[in-house]
Design a protein around this ligand. Structure first.
Ligand code: SUG
Length: 444
């Protein structure tokens, strides 16, 4: 059956800020305490969504989380009115308050792992929200993420929703940031490629030394079992531990794939030759790998420019487009490499540059901001139609952002009880615009 790849981007929430919460993510650490502009962040994201929809791609939007997360603060012992909870947390544990205010759910590549119906034995699309257990501020996302996914893909005849894996380091799961699906035709059986950072139950295996490996092999295997994937069509690869220590905290910072093309850095994987051989063999037939050599693009340049955190898109006209952040244009070595890449006889025809600086400053590029869902016509029709970006929804969301979002936010503002009220008012209206029902704790 004919299918396409839809992209569901995370809408940036009203509390977007720079709190330096992600050890191992260089940009997050570097920009800690910068002044954030949540309004600009949300509008930059919407601009990318609208541009891709205008190019004829199916583009959806996923709602943000409720932040500040008063429920979690109460679980940690803060009590009284909501304003009291914020006040106590700000006084006694400001760093914990910051973790409960992050707009990190914007990076929907980490929302879940998704297997298209062409790969699963019951022919449904399977969703498993990522537990994101390595970072506390992200580990509190998966419950509401599950609610959002169920409200967006809300027909049990087509969509199978699993709960997140157990929230413990052994099953650390970062979702689609470490998962790629290759295929010859989107609607047919594909190859699912799971990349992990370490083995949880075998300490003889190599692992990074400086920064954490957030994702385990055992988590990937559990997701593959839940999604009813077959071994012949699944490939597991370990990330090169040295590049995790150089700031590559997710595989999508060093590799991107789509259809029958893998674009990656020369140092992306441990035993890269074996990984390439297994992918090529299982893909059987026309399969392309573009490997950027270290001599032209260093790992440091890849991390600072986010060259590989790009979206590799198959356009309706058959062309392949690479969506990159402006930071690639600002790096002369990366830009020169890209120019030579697209000018030759390359599987990539064109680059498309976006200004996503607000998100980039927290380590989130074009690919982090989107969750891919391969869907056939029946599945597109079964999804929540109010979540697909078109001119009307784009205009409505722009107006909604202008009305509800601040253009300046610092860590000190997070305790402001007005910010909580503004955020809840915004999200309440958003659930109506996107026809999501009651998905947030404050709506229960
Ligand atoms: O999990 N940054 C996110 C960035 C996620 C990028 N996603 C992908 N590569 N797919 C993270 O590290 C920083 C928040 C802060 O420091 O305020 C943050 O959570």
């Amino acid at each position: 059956m004919k299918a396409i790849e839809a992209n569901f981007d995370g809408l940036v929430g009203p509390t977007h800020n720079y709190a330096g919460l992600s050890f191992g993510n260089v940009a997050s650490a570097k920009n800690q305490a910068n002044i954030a502009n949540p309004k600009k962040a949300a509008l930059q994201g919407l601009t990318k969504m609208k541009a891709l929809a205008d190019m004829g791609l199916v583009q959806g939007v996923l709602a943000p989380q409720e932040r500040p997360d008063i429920d979690t603060l109460r679980k940690l012992g803060f009590s009284g009115s909501d304003a009291n909870v914020l006040e106590q947390a700000a006084k006694q544990a400001p760093r914990i308050l910051a973790t409960c205010c992050s707009a990190s759910s914007m990076w929907t590549a980490n929302a879940a792992t998704i297997s298209p119906s062409g790969d699963t034995s019951d022919n449904k699309i399977h969703f498993t929200p990522a537990n994101l257990s390595n970072k506390f501020h992200r580990s509190i996302e998966h419950q509401v993420t599950g609610n959002i996914l169920k409200a967006t893909f809300n027909d049990p005849a087509h969509f199978a929703h699993h709960p997140a894996l157990p929230s413990v380091d052994h099953f650390g799961d970062e979702g689609a940031a470490n998962h790629t699906r290759f295929c010859h035709e989107y609607g047919e059986q594909g190859i699912e490629f799971f990349v992990y950072g370490k083995h949880a139950f075998d300490s003889s295996k190599v692992a990074p030394k400086k920064y954490p490996a957030r994702h385990t092999l055992e988590a990937s295997q559990a997701v593959a079992r839940l999604h009813q994937l077959s071994d012949q069509h699944t490939v597991y690869a370990q990330q090169n531990p040295d590049i995790i220590d150089a700031g590559v905290f997710h595989n999508d910072v060093i590799a991107v794939g789509n259809a029958n093309l893998l674009f990656c850095h020369q140092q992306a994987f441990l035993d890269q030759a074996a990984v390439k051989a297994e992918l090529s063999e299982k893909m059987a037939g026309d399969f392309h790998i573009i490997e950027a050599p270290t001599a032209l693009v260093s790992v440091a340049d890849a991390v600072s420019s986010y060259l590989f955190n790009s979206q590799l898109l198959s356009m309706p006209n058959g062309k392949t487009v690479l969506v990159i952040p402006q930071e690639c244009q600002n790096n002369p070595r990366v830009w020169e490499y890209l120019q030579s890449l697209v000018s030759g006889d390359s599987p990539i025809d064109q680059t498309l540059v976006f200004d996503l600086k607000q998100s980039m400053s927290n380590g989130g590029g074009p690919a982090c901001l989107r969750l891919r869902v391969v869907m056939n016509d029946a599945e597109i029709a079964a999804a929540n139609q109010a979540t697909f970006i078109n001119q009307k929804l784009y205009t409505r969301l722009n107006t909604w952002v202008e009305a509800h979002y601040r253009d300046r936010l610092t860590e000190a503002d997070l305790a402001d009880p007005l910010l909580l009220l503004e955020s809840r008012a915004a999200l309440d209206e958003l659930t109506q615009i996107l026809e999501l029902g009651s998905i947030y704790p404050f709506q229960q």
